[in-house]
Design a binder for this molecule. Sequence first.
Ligand code: XMP
Length: 470
Amino acid sequence: MFEGLSFDDVLLIPKRSVISSRRDVDLSVKLFSSVNLKIPIISSPMDTVTESSMAIAFARYGGLGIIHRFCSIDYQVKEVEKVKMAENYFVENPICISPEITLKEIKEKTENYHFLTFLVVDKNKRLLGLISKRDFVLEDDENKKAKDLMTPFEKLIVVNKKISLKEAKEIFKKYKIEKIPIIDKERKVRGLITFRDFMSSMNKKAVRDLKGRLLVGAALGIRGDCLERGEALAKAGADVLCIDVAHGHLEKALKAVKEVKRKFPEIPLIAGNIATKEGARDLKRAGADIIKVGIGPGSACTTRIVTGVGVPQVTAIMLARQGAGNTPLIADGGCRNSGDIVKALAAGANAVMLGSLLAGTDEAPGKIFYMNGKRVKAFRGMSSMIAFENKINHTKENIDYKPIAEGIDYGFVDYKGPVFEVLESLEKGIRSGFSYCGARNLKELWRNAEFIKITSGGLKESYPHDIDYL
Ligand code: XMP
């Protein structure tokens, strides 16, 4: 029997460091030719963590969100589409509406998208006008029609071709407008440039595809609708697919990885979870481009208690690295703070995946509520009984047995405000950790990192002690 260690069992030994400012640390990581993240953090495909709002915030911050699969294919596809449409300096297919549509219907539409501008067109897609938030938020008469509320074509500034960012800037500056429709000679809509997207295209931190749209991943299971779901997600523009199952070293999971990779060879494929050298090796051989590590470390997991199976996460990452060779690894689960993230990266991971740390933010699905005088949000394990029932109601998984739950049904986490603030403080902590290890980037961290195993005395000393604090 060999020893398995987790985050609380180890510390990193400080090293001589040339780093004079934390800003000199480069946290970027390449997971695939098309997936270059600015921070090594990915949001977990859990239904209380990642839908479009979280994925948008993550891509804007330079990370990656993976939309969960505990829903119908249609629902998941819509979430992916919302991310792909959220921000694009040039919107290829802007949402067009008829002039006869009522304000009530327009308001319903705004709930489906993360934007509030619609182009009004006739039956031949000829531009008649434009409706934006300003035109309708203060209007009470919901029976009013688009044609009564829109800014008419005659008053719009339009262009006849896709223009450069520089040209767009000049138009925005000169006319003080927020939208520039692109039309052809017949006045048919060919696209839309928006001020908000123009501004966010200046955000150098965001991770984007070749068309300037935000990056997003989407999860798949291995049963039932796996390929059908993969097909729909690929069509919707998912940049990464993620086979996300509890035991990634199942023959069935390896077969699914092979099939998905064969069917969508150009889309990077994350697969997991595993916690051994052999698991990583077999997933790699099956075609996984990125391997997800973690059996039982997650905050809402009961796998180790229910089944007696698991590998403490630091050891699991080290073992997986032996089997994965140069294939990128994502350490999934168990990170409670930036220190754990630095340890996961130092152990051999290229990035970490987070669940509970993000579930209390505004961008996580679900409402804020009060419990014992505190603001909280719900968080549950994806192998919990509720998640299982949700899955069989919304997916085509043909399940012929009722499994035992391996996750918490009714968990709660403190409300934390915008995810941006959580990511910012994690990023600062990670930068500091790299600096203590004398590492300017991940490569140097892997080279310099030296772990020390600690005792319960060392752990006690690590946390604040002998003082009262809030
Ligand atoms: P954290 O610790 O960041 O972990 O909340 C998130 C990861 O936990 C995994 N996960 C589960 N594992 N039973 C499990 O054994 C569950 O019900 C469960 N739900 C989530 C998952 O890998 C996630 O990314």
